[in-house]
Design a protein around this ligand. Structure first.
Ligand SMILES: [Mn+2]
Length: 346
């Protein structure tokens, strides 16, 4: 992968956008405060330059995001792809892999796209998008995609934001940083301070107001978590039977209610630095991986361990996801083996 400097990438993106009249901004899967706020902020910036901007998602809006300010501006294309040819530039925000934007059939979708007109703005560890479009992939290891926009556009151009844009960017920052509990990135507090100064509502952004189903998921999940002290690991395996149990308790969207569990149990319990969820995808013959690593202390990189166990894995160092082709029993056994091996070698 050849390296292109951030300054050069930024110049390339500005050059591509300057003459363009119509832009589509796509949000990533999962649809969360960061990708939506980044899309709303970009829409505001580009509309100032008299461009037509459409915000799109290939993925449904999770129930937790239905009350997010401005969410109605995101068009959901959950069965039919948008007509990309109607736009001069396609901007993909807050994701590093094609599948997070274009779905499982992304290779086919890419065949119909002019890659010179695709832009990626993101803060995850670089993946296949950067490899494909290094000239227009703005990837900065910062707190959030919201902060990437701040450092690249808002701060250098001394933009004054509308209150509603400052507010959603602040929510994005707090969401992605877990209210500043994640690893600290340069400029994070300066960004926050600017947003507050421009009218972001702090009290509302930090208000915790979870659905009761979050509590029921957590109670169920704690009962079903394997706490493996020798590996410093908490492991929740959701095989098909357990998923059926959760669906009966919480409804078909049960998987949207794991936030409280992830926040409370993964990486927060003394002696359990690594928190992993494995979820069987029987229809795809695969297993989905989610992990969190305690931020404080010197710990192993779960992505590397998972890759050695045969998973595809990415995201951030201390929070990420991936997938394994095969069954739950194999995914679990191989992951635990590699944890054992890595800890023995450490
Ligand atoms: Mn993000």
């Amino acid at each position: 992968m050849h390296h292109v400097s951030v300054a050069k990438v930024l110049a390339n993106i500005k050059q591509l956008l300057r003459p363009s009249r119509s832009v589509m901004v796509m949000v990533s899967d999962p649809v969360d405060p960061d990708c939506v706020a980044a899309a709303l902020a970009l829409r505001w910036m580009l509309t100032q330059q008299r461009k037509d901007v459409v915000l799109a998602s290939l993925y449904r809006i999770p129930s937790t995001m239905l009350g997010f300010p401005g969410i109605a501006q995101v068009r959901v294309h959950d069965s039919v792809l948008p007509d990309f040819s109607a736009f001069e530039v396609l901007v993909l925000v807050d994701g590093a892999t094609w599948s997070q934007f274009l779905g499982r059939d992304w290779r086919h979708v890419l065949e119909g796209l002019d890659m010179r007109r695709v832009v990626n703005i993101d803060h995850h560890e670089p993946e296949d998008i950067q490899a494909a479009i290094p000239r227009t992939c703005l990837n900065m290891q910062l707190s959030s995609t919201a902060q990437v926009l701040y450092e690249s556009f808002i701060k250098p151009e001394k933009m004054r934001l509308p209150v509603e844009i400052a507010d959603v960017l602040y929510r994005a920052l707090l969401y992605d940083s877990r209210n500043f509990k994640n690893e600290m990135h340069p400029g994070e507090y300066a960004f926050a301070d600017m947003l507050i100064e421009q009218g972001a509502a702090h009290a509302r952004a930090v208000d915790v107001n979870v659905d009761m189903r979050e509590v029921r998921f957590m109670a169920w999940a704690i009962e079903n978590t394997d706490f493996i002290p020798g590996l410093f690991l908490s492991l929740l395996c959701l095989d098909t039977a357990r998923q059926g149990d959760l669906e009966a308790r919480l409804g078909p969207n049960w998987s949207e209610f794991n936030t409280l569990y992830k926040e409370t149990v993964l990486r927060q319990v003394r002696g359990f630095h690594y928190g992993v969820i494995l979820q069987e995808k029987a229809d795809e013959g695969s297993v989905r991986l989610t992990w969190r690593t305690r931020n404080y202390g010197n710990h192993l990189g779960v992505a590397d361990i998972a890759r050695r166990a045969g998973f595809k894995a990415g995201g951030h160092r201390n929070a990420g996801g991936g997938s394994f082709q095969g069954c739950m029993a194999d995914a679990r056994a191989r992951l635990l083996d590699e944890f054992r091996r890595a800890l023995a070698a450490a």
